[in-house]
Design a protein around this ligand. Structure first.
Ligand code: ATP
Ligand SMILES: Cc1cn([C@H]2C[C@H](O)[C@@H](COP(=O)(O)O)O2)c(=O)[nH]c1=O
Length: 211
């Protein structure tokens, strides 16, 4: 039975880069590692519709925090069997975004604390009704919001397929999401959390690399 680790953070924080580097390190040590990124663009229609909505399609769909969160949650519900099978057959399963993304973005959109109705609904829906596995560990890649925003902007400028979506263009939302993630980490929401800047010499990264 492998460990399930979820990496969380703002848009452009460098989650994908961090996951890739951790996976490379673990595989170099002979560990078997499975990885999955949410939303599963191109693999789940719910993920694609969510992305399209954040780029201005599907009428007023994106204006509902709960509707958007439901799309992201249904994507994960559809992947639950795959996640469980991966946990059974690997030493580590590492996810680029997971349930806490829905809790942080939904609470931030609605201006609620993480103990409020939206984050509670996300947890009940995803860990409860959809029975998604609870991670053994969650990592918040807590780079400054200005750094994440600049990385998202630079990426959009150099890659036409990565134009910034409604969440990425909303600086106030990103600031509230950052605060929500810090609260989730401080509350050790559903599992132990670490907060890292992502630098290789950060003790939190050294600890993860050495699992
Ligand atoms: N430590 C770093 N230093 C400098 N640039 C970085 C670093 N980590 C990531 N980047 C760059 O920042 C951009 C965003 O990185 P990445 O795609 O890993 O972020 P992400 O958190 O997965 O983003 P999103 O959630 O928006 O998909 C990329 O262009 C990447 O090359
Ligand atoms: C998985 C997931 C994502 N979101 C938000 C976070 C981002 O702003 C967008 C798209 O994700 P990406 O990593 O930038 O491709 O959606 C969310 O609110 N809830 C979720 O579960």
């Amino acid at each position: 039975m492998g460990k399930l680790i979820a990496v969380e953070g703002l848009d452009g924080a460098g989650k994908n880069t961090l996951v890739t580097s951790l996976v490379t390190g673990w595989r170099a040590r002979g560990m078997s590692v499975a990885t999955l990124a949410f939303p599963r663009y191109g693999a789940a229609v719910t993920a694609d519709i969510a992305a399209e909505a954040l780029h201005g399609r599907h009428g007023d769909l994106a204006s509902s925090a709960y509707a958007m969160a439901m799309l992201f949650a249904l994507d994960r519900a559809d992947a639950a069997g795959q996640i469980r099978a991966d946990i059974d057959s690997h030493d580590v399963v590492i996810l680029d975004r997971y349930v806490a993304s829905n809790a942080a973005y939904s609470a931030a959109r609605l201006g609620e604390p993480i103990s409020g109705p939206a984050a509670t609904w996300v947890a009940d829906l995803e860990f409860g009704r959809f029975a998604l596995p609870v991670p053994n560990h969650q990592v918040f890649l807590g780079v400054p919001t200005s750094v994440a925003a600049e990385r998202a902007r630079t990426r959009a400028a150099s890659d036409a397929t990565r134009a910034r979506d409604a969440y990425e263009r909303d600086g106030d939302l990103q600031t509230r999401v950052d605060a929500a993630y810090r609260d989730l980490a401080a509350a050790q929401w559903f599992s132990p959390w670490s907060v890292t800047t992502g630098e290789a010499d950060d003790p939190a990264i050294e600890e993860l690399t050495a699992i």
